[in-house]
Design a protein around this ligand. Structure first.
Ligand code: NAP
Length: 266
């Protein structure tokens, strides 16, 4: 399969769209939120740290883009009533949801399996996969009201090929990819919602720095470099893409859907 390698998002790609981004306070999520807003979307900024969300909110408003919403929410704690409250607020304010970017995640420990803390296991699985299920399950009726609903799940190379010592992070990404594919299969014939998975690959963020502390951050791509692909998958131009995994390293360079193991984990 060939990627649309020259995609340049039109300025008004996401006009009138409402897009929720989890982990929108920093890293890839903050850049994706700003980028969606710059292309016309009203962005709902969900994250753990209110000050970080407010900083992104301020930047978006100062740039003259649609006013975002802020949802401080700790995904390690969320329950069904929390998400139902969010759904009600989104319904009251916007009446629909056009895009849900599952981006927030935590790395957890990278230790031998027999030393992995059970508490840590539950926390990583809750943030990286159970919260993803809960948000998707409860917000689905709002996505169904969109004429071009988009569900985008953020994975990792260890979500496709497990790697020693990556513990619950790898397993949670596996679970999330399974959920994404299951939902894609269920919706294929019954809904205009498009469901895809993105693997950003090695990107200059605090998570990457925590995973590879001796790596030179300057050797990595910037989150901005990913935005053509994110915008494509969140906007109406990706109507033909469904149930696919997109590796950012292939975007703009060559064809492919291969999830081969790289020497340096991404
Ligand atoms: N960077 C890479 O090289 C790379 C490679 C492959 C995949 N990915 C994936 O790309 C996505 C973004 O990663 P990133 O590198 O941008 O990570 P990051 O810089 O660590 O950002 C993660 C975001 O998730 C939020 N978050 C973490 N725990 C949360 C919780 N309990 N509740 C709500 N929000 C929470 C963080 O908020 P706080 O800062 O407030 O905690 C932060 O805004 C992740 O899914 C990651 O697995 C990244």
């Amino acid at each position: 399969m060939t990627y649309n390698m020259t995609y340049e998002a039109p300025k008004d790609l996401l006009k009138e769209k409402v897009i929720l981004v989890t982990g929108a306070g920093n890293g890839i999520g903050a850049v994706a939120a700003r980028s969606c807003a710059a292309h016309g979307a009203t962005v709902i900024l969900l994250g753990r740290t209110t000050e970080k969300l407010e900083a992104v909110y301020d930047e978006i408003v100062a740039a003259g883009h649609p006013e975002p919403g802020i949802v401080p929410m700790d995904l390690s704690q969320i329950t069904q009533p929390d998400v139902e409250g969010l759904a009600q607020a989104l319904d009251d304010n916007y009446g629909k949801l056009d895009g849900l970017l599952h981006n927030a995640a935590i790395l957890g420990d990278r230790v031998p399996f027999e030393h992995y803390s059970i508490e840590q296991w539950h926390r990583v699985m809750h943030v990286n996969s159970t919260a993803v299920f809960l948000l998707t399950r409860v917000l689905m009726p709002l996505l169904q009201r969109s004429d071009a609903g988009r569900l985008l799940f953020t994975s990792s190379s260890v979500g496709a090929v497990p790697r020693a010592y990556w513990g619950a992070y790898a397993v949670s990404k596996y679970a999330m990819e399974g959920l994404a594919k299951l939902i894609a299969d269920e919706l294929e014939q019954t809904s205009p919602i498009r469901v895809n998975i993105i693997n950003p690959g090695a990107t200059r963020t605090s998570m990457r720095a925590a995973a590879y502390p001796v790596e030179d951050p300057a050797s990595l791509k910037d989150p901005e470099d990913l935005m053509s692909l994110y915008l494509y998958l969140l906007g109406p131009d990706s109507q033909e893409e469904h149930g696919r995994t997109f590796n950012a390293k292939d975007w703009g360079s060559r064809t492919g859907e291969d999830r081969g193991r790289s020497k340096v984990p991404e």
